[in-house]
Design a protein around this ligand. Sequence first.
Ligand SMILES: [Zn+2]
Length: 234
Amino acid sequence: MWSTIQSYIKDFSHLIFPHYCEGCGTDAILQHEFLCMKCLAQLPETGFEKISNNPVEKLFYGRLKIQSATAAFYFSKQSLIQHIIHQLKYKGNKEAGIFLGKLLGNQLIKSEKFNSVDVIIPLPLNAKKEAKRGYNQAALIANGLATIFNKPIDVKSVIRTVFTETQTHNNRIARWQNMDGVFAVKNAEAIKNKHVLLVDDIVTTGSTLDACGNIILESGCSALSIATVACAMS
Ligand SMILES: [Zn+2]
C-alpha cells in the first residue's frame, strides 16, 4: 500500500517537476539523477585509475613529481562528456559538477593508487573569474567527489592571483604566460606531510595543473596526485 502511495507521489511530482536526462532527453529517469542508465553506460571511461604509467601520468613526467594521476573519461568534441562539462562551465549548471565529481569518486574508491590521499584540493580559479561564474567548477567536482571518496576538501590553503602591471617586471611574453594567474600556498601547515589530490575538470596540456602542483610540492606535502573528470591530450 505504502509503495503504491509512494509511486503515486513520484508520478505526481514528475508531472509538476518534469525531469529529463541531460544526454538523450528521456523522462524515464529518477528525480535526483542526471543521466539515464543508457547514457551513463555510454560514457567513455578510461580505466586509468587502475593503470600505472597511464597517459595522464606520462604527461607529467619530468615536470611534476606525482604519485598517481588519472582522468575518468576521454573527452572528444560533440560528445556527451563535452556537453556536461560545457553545462558546468558556461551554463551555470552546478548539478553537472556534483554529478561528474561523483562519477570520478566511483572510480577512485575502487583504486588502490589513491588509497593514501589525505586531502582534496580543487584547482583554484582566480577570484575575478570565480566571481563572474559564481562558482569554481573544480570545487563543485571536488564536492561531488568527496561524497563518494570520503576525504576532506581544502579550498582555502592554495590560491590563484592575477598579475597586474605593477606586480610584474617580466617581459612581454612572461606577462602573457602569467595572464591566467599564478598560484600560491596561503597555509602551508594545512598541507604539510599530507598526500594532496589536486582536482580539475579537464586535462589537456597539463600546464596549469603543473604550475599549481609544483607550488603545492614546494610547500612540503608528502605526495601529490591528480584526478580530472576528462582528458583531451593530443
Ligand atoms: Zn539518456
